[in-house]
Write a protein that binds this ligand. Structure first.
Ligand SMILES: [Zn+2]
Ligand SMILES: [Zn+2]
Length: 401
């Protein structure tokens, strides 16, 4: 949801800017909130001018409070969009207020008042938000951190260097290993971990040990064919109802990493579901728990799961909890990730991509991780390739010892 909304908003902003206007995405989309109730774009032009510029993108717009309102068509239904029209002088203030959250803006107002100024006055004199924060003697607080009244700007994760959890034609992906690796390289990644489904996911043509061995040869070929990106061989192995894994340890031991996830028996009660997942994490060959709550945004509700127990187990066993950036999932979300981090868990940001374009959602994962206040040390794929290889090698050696 967030990736879709953001990409449409970015297009509209680009269109306005190409026409000489000053424009910026604001609201929950700018803060990286997973579920938005509307998309807000601030622009320094009159409503009639904005309407004329965005007309080309097929939006039905009407005059509304402070600008224009309209509707975007989405797969899941209609979605409101609002253009807040303002002047050049009020642009910075409008972006700030429309971005929110209210508690953050209130804290800024208080700080301005303590200096005998007003936020409106300081904004009017500022070229951009950065200079406004500087005028208040504050570090720049990026939008995803404005969900509380804190005016601090901690050092958080800023980029990822590689990723795991992508699918290929070996299960339900739409391209092969080599094209996926090339796409990862194009996306600027140093490494990519291939993880197709295991056999229990028969609907997805999941792999049994024999096909997994065949895929290994394919991965080897791709390693020779595609230079400039490391290809890791893994699997997304189903967690069976009793918490054992869909493939035997000797098959999993041939891999560089193992992703595990729940795709079936979603309706188990909280105790049974928690026991199931915690048991799976105790297998020392497991590296990552994918989409931990199995929620689908605007679709399936989350599993009945004691996520605190799962986070503690992940921390104990050195398993990374996934921040899955697939637009339908965004799982774990920032609040749950922040809570799990407080219990000692570490994380990995994965696209769960079934085609090259699925990699485009990764920047939102960084945004979600920042909302969860995670730093580089807490996220596996913030590490460079050699450090990741070293970690995985050591972990597998310990599991087999
Ligand atoms: Zn999955
Ligand atoms: Zn997957």
């Amino acid at each position: 949801m967030l990736p879709h909304a953001r990409s449409i908003a970015d297009e509209l902003v680009g269109e306005l800017q190409r026409n000489g206007a000053r424009a910026e995405v604001a609201g929950a989309a700018r803060r990286g909130d997973e579920l938005l109730d509307e998309l807000v774009i601030v622009c320094d032009r009159a409503p009639s001018e904005v309407a004329a510029i965005v007309d080309a993108v097929d939006l039905e717009l009407a005059r509304g409070e402070g600008g224009l309102v309209g509707t975007l068509a989405f797969d899941q239904g209609a979605f409101p969009i609002r253009f807040r029209c303002t002047t050049e002088r009020s642009f910075v203030e409008a972006v700030l207020r429309e971005t929110g959250c209210d508690v953050h803006v209130a804290a800024l107002e208080e700080r301005a008042a303590a200096r005998g100024a007003t936020l409106s006055g300081l904004s009017a004199d500022a070229d951009d938000e950065e200079s406004l924060y500087a005028a208040l003697d504050l570090p720049y607080v990026s939008p995803e951190l404005r969900d509380d009244g804190s005016l601090e700007a901690p050092q958080l994760i800023s980029r990822i260097r590689g990723t795991f959890h992508v699918h290929t034609t070996w299960s339900d992906g739409i391209v092969g290993v080599a094209p996926m690796a090339r796409a990862a390289r194009t996306a600027g990644l140093e490494y990519v971990g291939i993880s197709d489904h295991s056999r229990a996911a028969s609907y997805a043509n999941g792999l049994d040990p024999e096909r997994l061995a065949q895929q290994r040869a394919d991965v080897e070929r791709a390693r020779h064919e595609v230079r400039g990106v490391d290809i890791l061989h893994g699997i997304e192995c189903d967690i069976l109802e009793d918490g054992t894994l869909d493939l035997p340890d000797d098959a999993l031991a041939t891999l560089d990493f193992v992703v595990v996830s729940v795709h079936s028996q979603l309706e188990l009660d909280r105790e049974a579901q928690t026991r199931r997942v915690v048991r799976a994490l105790s297998n020392p060959l497991v590296t990552i728990l994918a989409h931990p709550t199995a929620r689908l945004l605007l679709g399936r509700v989350a599993l009945q799961l004691d996520l605190d127990d799962v986070a503690r187990a992940a921390a104990r066993h050195g398993v990374f909890l996934e921040i899955n950036t697939n637009a339908q999932r965004l799982d774990l979300g920032p609040e749950l990730a922040r809570r799990a981090a407080a219990l000692g868990a570490s994380f990995v940001i994965d696209p769960d991509a079934h085609e090259p374009r699925g990699l485009d959602t990764l920047p939102y994962g960084v945004l979600l991780a920042r909302r969860a206040r995670l730093d580089d040390r807490q996220v596996l794929n913030a590490r460079p390739a050699p450090a990741v290889w070293e970690h995985l090698r050591a972990r597998r050696a310990a599991a087999l010892a």
